[in-house]
Each structure stands twice: as C-alpha cells, then as structure tokens.
Design a protein around this ligand. Structure first.
Ligand SMILES: [Zn+2]
Length: 68
C-alpha cells in the first residue's frame, strides 16, 4: 500500500485515521491543518485530523488497559 496523503496527494510517510468505513491517510502537515466535522452525541464536533488520530490512539490504549 502506498503512503499517499489524502489531502495534498503527495506520496510521503503518512498516518491512517479510520473513522467507521472512511480511511484517511494524512501527512504531518495536513494532520494539523485539515479538520474533520462529525456529528456526535453532544452535537457537531470539529477537530483536526491529528486530534482525531490522537483520540483514537488514546481510546485504543484505554481499551487495552481495561482489558488486562
Ligand atoms: Zn498532506
């Protein structure tokens, strides 16, 4: 699988954010710059791609901790 940023479409090292069925590959720069809107239980949430990625990583860690 090629590492191509979804936003600037340049091939370079990217991280992948998975939101349901949506996969977003993003480079360092776009992760900070691009934002994503989604509806949550508490209303519309606007976060940077980087923040969402960090949230997902944190949720995974919390889940692993809870499971052990
Ligand atoms: Zn990019």
């Amino acid at each position: 699988m090629k590492d191509r940023c979804t936003f600037c479409t340049i091939v370079k090292p990217t991280n992948t954010l998975i939101l349901g069925t949506t996969w977003l590959s993003f480079c360092e720069r776009c992760g900070d710059k691009e934002t994503f809107e989604r509806m949550t239980d508490v209303g519309l949430e606007i976060k940077s791609i980087r923040e969402l990625f960090d949230d997902a990583a944190q949720a995974r860690i919390n889940k692993e901790r809870a499971g052990s």
